[in-house]
Design a protein around this ligand. Sequence first.
Ligand SMILES: Cc1cc2nc3c(=O)[nH]c(=O)nc-3n(C[C@H](O)[C@H](O)[C@H](O)COP(=O)(O)OP(=O)(O)OC[C@H]3O[C@@H](n4cnc5c(N)ncnc54)[C@H](O)[C@@H]3O)c2cc1C
Length: 381
Amino acid sequence: MNYFFSEFEEAVKNLFSDYVDKRIIPMRKELEDKHEFPHGLFKEMAKQDFFRIMVPEEYGGMSDSQMQLILGIEELSRGDAGIGVSFAVDAIATKGLILYGSKEQKEKYLPGIADGNIITAFSLSEPGAGSDAAALKTRAVKKGDKYVLNGVKQFITNGEVADIVMVIAVTDPDKGHKGHTAFIVEKGTNGFSTGKREDKMGIRSSVTNELLFDDCEVPEENIVGEIGQGFYIAMGLLDRSRIGIGAQALGIAQAALDEATQYSKTREQFAQPIHSFQAVGHMLADMATQIEASRLLVYQAARLVDAGEKELTKISAMSKLFPSDMAMKVTTDAVQIFGGYGYMKEYPVERLMRDAKVTQIYEGTNQIQRNIIVDRLIKGK
Ligand SMILES: Cc1cc2nc3c(=O)[nH]c(=O)nc-3n(C[C@H](O)[C@H](O)[C@H](O)COP(=O)(O)OP(=O)(O)OC[C@H]3O[C@@H](n4cnc5c(N)ncnc54)[C@H](O)[C@@H]3O)c2cc1C
């Protein structure tokens, strides 16, 4: 299939793909069983210059093209969706700094992110504020030239391993979502700690934590963008990062198709390979077609970002919704093609089905994506 990649995009895809085949796929069972952040692999990925595709050249990166980023996320997720999401989330706060950060913030953090020495997290959700992201309770109160943060963030990817976290907090409770502000909080800041690590259904090589802020003093210069811009910054970043979740879903679904196709050639019943039964063959054909349709949608959304399109909300919601529903279906069908073996942990497809589920939930559930799409349709956007 020709996706009209540039030479550089082709090289990025091949770099990630080779690494996934050589290093991640052989380790995926161990990664799932350990349920720990794979620090060793992240160091290796840094040596491969993977993090440089998130950062512009002037700050030690290679580019900050959305297309290259999603090619990286898709390939990593084909190997292990936990690594895929840890990488994808690292790119969210990074993008926040690129788009909204001050010159000083960019100079301070972006070179370390490009080198892979600084891992980031993006912290919006709270126990009472998930789909309703405007219902935040975490408070940031000005005290001299500092802000004092108090509150709890929930389900934060990379939480316990992040060197810096972008935190959205309420600076003016009377202004609703117009009273939210984005801050960078560094690991080791007094009053900032990591709470429990969640025990998850899937993506078990990623870590998901509570973050606790207890009179945590953050210098004023750590505000990202303007006071009161936090909600808009978060939504602007999600418009881009949802395309990455679409790419993660693609990688998971592609892995399931690869496994199911191979298995259908070797498993025999009634003295013939199971792909020769039309019921199985047609399932494989539908899986491949749905993946291809999703891929074109995700790549189109990425191309629009790189072309400077301003109205991204609808296309990015679509590019998360369709591939994640597709990945759930494709991975479920892959388990079906494996029959009883598919239900066993010895084979990779049950893990892929568990991994696919979360892509319908995070960065806005698929119900919320449908709400966003219909809202834009009705407004004629
Ligand atoms: C593994 C994992 C990692 C995550 N990582 C991060 C992270 O790094 N940073 C971060 O900030 N957050 C993160 N999240 C949080 C995630 O974005 C939220 O879980 C998600 O937005 C849903 O919020 P909720 O869990 O509170 O569900 P709720 O909002 O309570 O939703 C419950 C149900 O109600 C439905 N619902 C709610 N409102 C509506 C509505 N208006 N219309 C229709 N249906 C509705 C939902 O679709 C869902 O089915 C992560 C979550 C998970 C599971």
